[in-house]
Ligand binder design. Structure first.
Ligand code: SF4
Length: 333
């Protein structure tokens, strides 16, 4: 995994105000200036042991909505760093409706590797309720243009949005698989101070998304897309003290959200076997070392779940170098 050098451009380039978005709460910075960009790059370039590659990533706004001159200044900076061998890759994030052929030509000219598209959902009704200002077809069109030009793409998806039923989640996931981005991020909706959703929540017009539903939905999407070769690079926002203390009014904020989702995915894999097996006995699972603790669950929640749901089966794990969780043996008692 390359070391990401995040450069937050803070709402710059984005005249929109999606109903959930407060970029200032997300990245705790105000304003956008080239000197701040340089500071962030300098900090990110500090060598850390074990880092093979470095990737500069412009986040926090709609990059391709910036004035062309600013885009070119930032991309020139990044391109020069790459030519000097200080970084290896360039990525940026933007809105789908800010991508057209001219934009793609510019991204190619500056050797951008990956574009993360803020899709959030591929359900037009959900997008409209979130005041996104674009539809699902806009995401499909942007992805096609980028892929046709040989650029890699990422899709940022949000769960817990108003109007987002389970059916909508399933349909969006299927469309994501059709688009086939290289990577996906999944964020749960948090009610952030100062947003339109915060005003609705304060008036009792919007219920906060529950942690349990968020974990379940994120695990579902992650499992499905991973099964089609799409890498899930993040579930949940970064643990950030400022976000917790100042910005989040409600919603499934959890500092270990990604771990909860990973543990739920393990639970689903194990449960699929247990449900099929039935009977009494001990189920011994081979578990890859990288997800050994996740198999037991956060605070051993998976073990407690299996015990309660399948009281006739004792579940045990053995750490192995296998690729995925699999049943090693089932000892009948
Ligand atoms: S397009 Fe992105 S940066 Fe702009 S308001 Fe919406 S979520 Fe925020």
């Amino acid at each position: 995994m390359p070391h990401i050098i995040p450069v937050f451009i803070n709402h710059a380039g984005c005249p929109h105000r999606c109903a959930f978005c407060d970029q200032h709460a997300i990245n705790r910075q105000t304003g956008f200036s080239l000197s701040k960009v340089r500071e962030q790059i300098a900090e990110g370039l500090k060598w850390r042991p074990g880092e093979a590659e470095k990737e500069i990533a412009f986040y926090g706004g709609s990059f391709t909505g910036l004035p062309e001159e600013t885009q070119e200044t930032l991309l020139t900076m990044a391109q020069n760093l790459r030519r000097e061998g200080k970084i290896n890759k360039i990525r940026l994030s933007t809105r789908p409706d800010y991508i057209d052929k001219k934009v793609v030509r510019r991204l190619l000219a500056y050797e951008v590797d990956l574009v993360e598209i803020g899709a959030q959902s591929l359900d037009d009704q959900v997008l409209a309720l979130a005041r996104r200002g674009h539809d699902a077809q806009s995401v499909v069109g942007a992805a096609c243009l980028l892929h046709a030009a040989g650029l890699k793409i990422g899709l940022q998806l949000m769960i817990g949005l108003p109007g987002q039923t389970w059916h909508s989640i399933v349909a969006t996931t299927e469309k994501v698989i059709e688009i086939k981005p290289e990577v996906v991020r999944i964020y749960p909706l948090l009610i952030l101070a100062g947003t339109e959703f915060a005003a609705a929540w304060e008036k009792g017009l919007l219920a906060a998304f529950e942690l349990e539903s968020a974990v379940e939905e994120a695990a579902y999407i992650a499992d499905k897309v991973s099964g089609h070769g799409i890498k899930v690079i993040r579930t949940g926002l970064h643990d950030d003290a400022g976000l917790r203390e100042q910005g989040v009014l409600a919603g499934p904020y959890h500092p270990a959200f990604g771990e909860l989702v990973a543990a739920r995915r393990c639970r689903k894999a194990i449960e699929a076997v247990l449900a099929e097996r039935g009977g009494e006995g001990e189920a011994v699972f081979s578990v890859p070392a990288r997800c050994f603790s996740q198999a037991a669950g956060h605070k051993k929640s998976n073990l407690a779940y299996f015990k309660q749901r399948y009281p006739q089966i004792t579940v045990t794990f053995e750490k192995t170098d296998c690729e995925s969780i699999r049943l090693k043996e089932f000892r009948r008692e």
